[in-house]
Design a protein around this ligand. Structure first.
Ligand code: ZN
Length: 607
C-alpha cells in the first residue's frame, strides 16, 4: 500500500528486570497508518503447531509520539490500535518471559532467550518493511560477561555483541531466536559457509569434537540437497541445563535444548545413547532448513500467524525429516549400521505400541496437530498417531519400495531432490497433493494404493517385507518393562508373559496410571487414567514392584487390584492377558545374497 517501506521499523529489546522476568520492547514506526496503526502479536510460532497467544505475556502496552502519549486500545486478544498520528509512533511494551522452551522467551539473572514471536509485535499493513533491532545490554552487574548469539545480520553490533541487527522484513525478524548470556562458542565451516554453535550452560563439553560431528552432519545434508542460495551462515543455539530436550528449526539457525551431560566431555570416546539422541536432534533441525523452512506446504506461504493453518502434509515435513535425521547419522559415518537399526527398531516400537494408529491416519494427524498431537491427553495412545514416528516409517517404506520396484534406479533421495528444485528454491509452496504426485512422477510407479493405505488410511506398513528386500530381518517380541524402548533383541526367556495394558508413572512416591490401553486388562478391570495403584492381591505395590511381580503371573490368572481414585479406595478384579509382541528389533540378515547386500549398502551409504 505505501511508499514508506524503505524506512525500517525500529525495534529495541532490553532485559529490563531479570528478577521479574521482564523485557522492555520498543517499536518505532516512521509512517504509521493514517487511520490508526494496528499492532499484532503472533498467536503461534512456525514449527510448533499450537495456538499459544503470545500477546498474553504482554504485561503493559502504551504508545507515544513526539513525547506525548497516544491512546492505545485493545482490538482483540492479539491486536492493539493507536490513535491516528502524523508523526512517528512508538509502542512501548513490557513482556513477561519465563518459558524456558525453544518456543518461548526466558529471562532471569543467568541468561536471556527469546523468539521474536514472543516479544516483537507486527506493524499491520507494513509487515514487508525492513526492521532493525537494538539488542540492549542489561544493567551491570547481572550481564557483565553476557554475549549475544543470533543469526540476524549485524547492523553495527560487534560479533556476538549487543547493538543493532537488521532483517529484511517482519517474517525474517521472528525467524532469528536470540540467546544472551555467558556462552561457549564453537565455529566451523561447511563448504565455505560459516557455521557456529553457541552453548549456554556449564557443559565442560569437548568443543572440538562437537564441532567436528556437527560439521559432518551439515556436510552430509548439504551434499544431499545442495546448499540453498541464501544460506550464507548458520547458527545452532543450544541451551544445556541439567535436563531437557527439544528443538525448533529456523532458516539460518535452530534453537536446541539438551541435558548438559548428554554432550561429550574431553576424553570421552564412542557415541553414548544420549549423545546419539542429541546428534539426531541436530541432524533433524538442520534438515529442516530445506524441508519446511524453505520448502513448505502452500498454506504456509506466507504463514498466517493469527490462527491455525491446517495441512495434511506435516507427515512429509516432520516424518520425512525424522527419517533422514537418523539416516544421515549412519550415512555420514557418525554411527554404525547396528546403531542405526537400533534407532529404527525404537521408532517402529513407538508406532506399534500406539493403538491410535488404527484410529487416525497421518494425514488426519497432520491436519489436527493443533488440537490433538500438541494437546495430548491420557487417551492419546488410543486415539492418535504421531506424524513424526509413523511419518518416518512411511518415508522408510516409500524409500525401500521405490528402490526395490525400480531396481535401484529411483529412491526417496531422488524425489526429495526434485521436490527441493520445484518448491524449495523457488519459494512456491507444495500443494496438498504435491508430494504424492511427485513420487509417482519421479518413479513412474502407481503409488495410489500405497498412499491410500499408509497416509490416508490406517493400514499396517509393509515394513517386514520391504526391509527383507534390503537384507534386514524384522522381529517383534514382548516388552521387558517400562524402560524398554525396543531396538534390541533382549533375552526372550526373561520377558514377562503377561501385561496390565497400561502405562504407570511415578509421581513422588506414588504410582499413577498415566494411560490405559483400549481393551487391555486394566481397562477391562475398570482402571482409569489418573488412578493411583495401591495394592496387588492385597500387597502394597509400586510401579517398579508391579513390573517384577508381573513376572509371577500367567495369562488367565486373576488378581485383586486396589487403586485410589481421588480419595476413594476402589477394589477391582483383573484378569491377566498375554503380553503383546509390541517391541521391535532389526538385525542384518547374514545370509542375504550379494545383490541384497549391495542394495542395503547403497541405501545406507548413498547420498
Ligand atoms: Zn521437526
Amino acid at each position: 500500500m505505501n511508499n514508506n517501506s524503505a524506512q525500517p521499523h525500529q525495534y529495541s529489546i532490553w532485559p529490563k528486570d531479570p528478577a521479574a522476568h521482564l523485557f522492555e520492547v520498543r517499536l518505532t514506526v516512521a509512517h504509521p497508518d493514517a487511520a490508526g496503526q494496528v499492532f499484532a502479536m503472533p498467536a503461534w510460532i512456525p514449527g510448533s503447531y499450537m495456538i499459544r497467544d503470545y500477546a498474553k505475556h504482554v504485561v503493559t502496552a502504551r504508545a507515544e509520539s513526539d513525547g506525548r502519549d497516544v491512546s492505545l486500545r485493545k482490538l482483540d486478544k492479539s491486536r492493539w490500535q493507536a490513535d491516528p498520528t502524523e508523526r512517528e509512533l512508538t509502542l512501548v511494551m513490557e513482556v513477561y518471559a519465563h518459558d524456558e522452551s525453544v518456543r518461548g522467551a526466558h529471562l532471569d539473572q543467568t541468561h536471556a532467550f527469546f523468539n521474536g514471536t514472543c516479544v516483537f509485535p507486527a506493524v499491520v499493513g507494513q509487515e514487508d518493511a525492513p526492521c532493525t533491532v537494538n539488542i540492549r545490554a542489561p544493567d551491570k552487574p547481572v550481564g557483565k560477561h553476557w554475549r549475544v548469539a543470533t543469526s540476524m545480520n549485524r547492523s553495527g553490533a560487534e560479533q556476538y555483541g549487543f547493538g543493532t541487527y537488521a532483517t529484511s522484513d517482519y517474517a525474517e525478524l521472528i525467524d532469528h531466536p536470540v540467546e544472551i548470556g555467558e556462552l561457549s562458542i564453537g565455529e566451523f565451516d561447511v563448504s565455505g559457509i560459516p557455521h557456529a554453535i553457541a552453548i549456554r550452560g556449564h557443559t565442560r563439553v569437548d568443543m572440538a569434537r562437537l564441532c567436528h560431528d556437527l560439521q559432518t552432519i551439515c556436510e552430509h545434508h548439504q551434499s544431499f540437497l545442495g546448499a540453498p542460495n541464501d544460506l550464507d551462515r548458520y547458527l545452532f543455539l543450544l541451551n544445556a541445563p541439567g535436563s531437557g530436550y527439544g528443538g525448533l528449526e529456523h532458516r539460518w539457525s535452530s534453537a536446541l535444548i539438551c541435558g548438559r551431560d548428554n554432550l561429550p566431555a574431553r576424553g570421552d570416546e564412542g557415541v553414548s545413547d544420549e549423545y546419539r539422541t542429541f546428534l539426531g536432534l541436530v541432524s533433524h533441525e538442520y534438515f529442516h532448513l530445506w524441508n519446511v523452512k524453505r520448502m513448505k506446504p502452500a498454506v504456509f506461504t506466507p504463514y498466517d500467524l493469527s490462527q491455525e493453518s491446517h495441512t495434511n502434509l506435516l507427515w512429509v515435513f516432520e516424518g520425512v525429516t525424522s527419517y533422514y535425521d537418523d539416516l544421515g547419522l549412519v550415512r555420514s559415518g557418525l554411527i554404525d549400521v547396528d546403531s542405526y537399526l537400533e534407532l529404527l527398531g525404537q521408532t517402529i516400537t513407538r508406532v506399534v505400541r500406539s493403538g491410535g494408529r488404527r484410529k487416525q491416519s497421518v494425514a488426519e494427524s497432520s491436519f489436527d496437530a493443533w488440537t490433538k498431537f500438541y494437546k495430548q491427553d491420557a487417551n492419546a495412545t488410543n486415539a492418535i498417531i504421531s506424524y513424526y514416528a509413523k511419518g518416518a516409517l512411511i518415508a522408510l517404506s516409500l524409500d525401500l519400495k521405490l528402490r526395490s520396484e525400480t531396481d535401484g534406479a529411483v529412491s526417496l533421495d531422488d524425489v526429495m531432490r526434485v521436490a527441493w528444485q520445484r518448491w524449495g528454491e523457488s519459494g512456491a509452496g507444495m500443494p496438498e497433493d504435491g508430494f504424492e504426485q511427485l513420487c509417482a512422477e519421479v518413479s513412474g510407479l502407481d503409488l495410489e494404493d500405497f498412499f491410500d493405505a499408509t497416509v490416508r488410511g490406517t493400514g499396517e506398513l509393509p515394513l517386514e517385507a520391504l526391509l527383507k528386500t534390503h537384507g534386514i530381518e524384522y522381529h517383534l517380541r514382548r516388552s521387558a518393562g517400562g524402560k524398554d524402548k525396543g531396538g534390541k533383541a533382549g533375552d526372550a526367556d526373561s520377558l514377562p508373559k503377561v501385561w496390565l495394558g497400561a502405562v504407570l508413572a511415578s509421581r513422588g512416591d506414588k504410582s499413577v496410571f498415566q494411560a490405559v490401553h483400549n481393551e487391555g486388562p486394566a481397562e477391562q478391570a475398570g482402571v482409569s487414567p489418573g488412578d493411583e495403584l495401591v495394592a496387588l492381591d492385597g500387597l502394597r505395590i509400586s510401579g517398579a514392584g508391579c513390573e517384577s511381580r508381573t513376572r509371577r503371573y500367567h495369562p488367565g490368572d486373576k488378581s485383586d487390584i486396589t487403586v485410589f481414585r481421588g480419595d476413594e479406595l476402589i477394589s477391582l478384579r483383573l484378569q491377566w492377558a498375554e503380553a503383546p509382541a509390541d517391541t521391535c528389533y532389526l538385525l542384518s540378515d547374514n545370509e542375504a545374497d550379494s545383490a541384497t547386500n549391495s542394495r542395503r549398502n547403497l541405501w545406507l551409504s548413498q547420498v
